[in-house]
Design a protein around this ligand. Structure first.
Ligand SMILES: [Zn+2]
Length: 62
């Protein structure tokens, strides 16, 4: 049976752990209203619509 050659440093262990916590937007889609990229099954951040209806008010920056 394979045995680990040496003990991994605290830094290496934490780097591996952090890689699993990293946010990767893999199932992103485009908004059907404005065409902006958004996360699937989430409200669009650009126009505030979800499933063809207005859910939140979007305040435009001046
Ligand atoms: Zn949108």
């Amino acid at each position: 049976m394979a045995v680990p050659y040496g003990r991994k440093s605290r830094s290496k262990s934490r780097m591996r752990r952090a890689a699993n916590m990293r946010y990767i937007p893999k199932d992103s889609s485009l908004c059907s209203n404005c065409g902006e990229p958004k996360a699937a099954h989430h409200i669009c951040g650009a126009c505030g619509q979800y499933a063809g209806r207005q859910v939140i008010k979007v305040v435009e920056a001046e």
